[in-house]
Design a protein around this ligand. Sequence first.
Ligand code: TYD
Ligand code: MG
Length: 472
Amino acid sequence: MAGIKKKTAFFCQECGYEAAKWMGQCPACKAWNTMVEEPVRMSPVKSAGGQRGISSGASGFSLGGNNRSAVPVSLSSVRDAEETRFSTGMGELDRVLGGGAVAGSLVLVGGDPGIGKSTILLQTSCYMAKSGINVLYISGEESLRQIKLRAVRIGGAPDSLRFLCETNLAVIADIVMRDKPQAVVIDSIQTMYSEDVASAPGSVSQVRETTAVLLRLAKEMGITFFIVGHVTKEGTVAGPRVLEHMVDTVLYFEGDRYASYRILRGVKNRFGSTNEIGIFEMRTEGLVEVLNPSEYMLSGRPLGASGSVVTCSMEGTRPVLTEVQALIVETNFGYPRRQSTGTDSNRVSLLMAVLEKRLNIPLSRYDAYINLAGGIRQTEPALDLGIVLAILSGFKNRAVPDDLIVFGEVGLSGEVRSVSMAENRVLEAAKLGFHSCILPASNASGIKTVPEGMKLIPIRGIGQLSDYLSSC
Ligand code: TYD
Ligand code: MG
């Protein structure tokens, strides 16, 4: 009797939470109005190998899971073939994947519609096909003509790259098993459907079932799948969060769709770190990698302006220089406004409270607008000192030298604390033509080789920062 399921259930389209009755708010992710009734498959759940709740063995095509005898083994008997990686042809994408794509892995690329998911996957498909990898690009969203138009924009696709417009999962699975490509792009998972599930494409049960089948194909045949998942606001189709636990790697494509930069951020990665980001620029000829993000982030920086300070945060293993801007104006109302863009606003409030208490600066009578220019959201504590100096500079209306860079963490007593990888930050600053660097004293002693032309200014507390500003 085990495994016979109810006829319908209610699923949260945001996070996939399942409930027996309708609810206005999802108890799991607290989103409102996202519960939708969906039919649940009637057939008993077969105890096929694979993950809990995955029943793709019942999908009408044999993947060899049910008639194979399952034997537990010890790890020493497992062939220690190293994970095989191959390059996607885009350095920034390879970096976020942890050094290239892993054979047999499932990579989910999420992001808002129109951000560039299809473009990046078409570009890497072209690169991979050119380097001799057998790639199949499956689209359920665009016609072959539309894909061709896009391919022309990005410089043409090689003949070895094969395209397929299909949404029926059984057909796709047959073709994949027959052609045995090394990499498959699925654009997008919300358009794919399995005939075994009664609900519409894009619903939670469809999206989960199709991903489960692709997962088994990936693991059993060693094929790398790149799956597009749209982030949806209205909750009419299931978002990529529903799938996060099933796939190996989750990458989100971020950025303002009206600005040209795009950031690819790893959210989950079974084969690498999730700290790394990839930075791209959307041009008319497709996405172009931004190889020197610091230069890009600092372009258009005002020189000699008060309230503008350059600081440095680490994005994974890469130091990125960013400009912090602070606008401090007397408040017109009893309650001062605090607004910060690109960083954690609670952290900014805390730093302002530290300034008020430790340096007696009457910030509670001023509105403060803090902006991390460049468009990458950064929250590393090493930015603290930059934010503090920008606020001081904005408040006193005194500009800091243009060739100054500042980094360090600020504690609640106004002490300046050390941060990691100080040497890398100083080197990056020197490379971009900065000549002085304010940093925590505890870090300064650890720096062995100070780059030529760079003057280190070690400090222990934010009081010294204020003295420095008075001497500018
Ligand atoms: P697209 O990859 O279709 O987005 P998604 O698949 O995430 O929905 O990206 C579409 C946007 O990118 C569209 O607004 C046009 C723009 N674009 C360019 O600016 N240059 C290009 O070369 C291409 C192909 C698209
Ligand atoms: Mg698309």
